[in-house]
Design a protein around this ligand. Structure first.
Ligand code: RP5
Length: 170
């Protein structure tokens, strides 16, 4: 897959334990021709590193940041506090509350500092949303998105036909 090398996206993880959940995000970005840097930094364990990364992300050429964290998931909001780049937050299911804690931590941002929050474990939707944002100014990405949506629709039709066959005993 040809990468649109001029476009930089960051995936920031609160812990390397979030990577198995987020790997599909990196893979789907690749399908859209978008490469990304993957970093681990924590709003609570390495707050200075988060602040430094966020403050310099725009001048360092990033177009968008995807941030994933579990538990009291301050990471996406802490990043959004220090950058004008769009931030997409992914709540990770971790600990006692199965991700509901992270969902509220990420979604309930105060006015003026938004984080676009996807579902708990919504790694793929984070990639699709990122591509949709980037695709508004990148026809190649928009075209790949159209192909991806068409493939989703074709899969539904295939499954419908398969189910009709099973029901009819074919
Ligand atoms: C969060 O705490 C991380 O994003 C992770 O989801 C969770 C547990 O982190 P580890 O103890 O596995 O490093 O900050």
């Amino acid at each position: 897959m040809q990468q649109l090398s001029s476009i930089k996206i960051a995936i920031v993880l609160g812990s390397d334990s979030d990577w198995p959940t987020m790997q599909p995000c990196r893979d789907l970005l690749g399908l859209f021709g978008l490469a990304c840097d993957v970093r681990v930094m924590s709003a609570h364990r390495t707050p200075e590193a988060v602040m430094e990364f966020s403050r310099t992300a725009h001048e360092n050429g990033y177009k968008l940041i995807i941030a994933a964290a579990g538990m009291a998931a301050a990471l996406p909001g802490a990043i959004a506090a220090h950058t004008i780049l769009p931030v997409i937050g992914v709540p990770i299911a971790s600990g006692t509350f199965g991700g509901f804690d992270a969902l509220l931590s990420i979604a309930q941002m105060p006015p003026g500092v938004p984080v676009a929050c996807v579902a708990v474990g919504g790694a793929k939707n984070a990639a699709v949303l990122a591509a949709q944002i980037i695709g508004t100014g990148e026809p190649d990405v928009a075209h790949k998105l159209q192909e991806y949506k068409s493939s989703l629709a074709a899969e539904v039709v295939r499954r419908d036909q398969s189910l009709q066959g099973q029901i009819a005993g074919k």
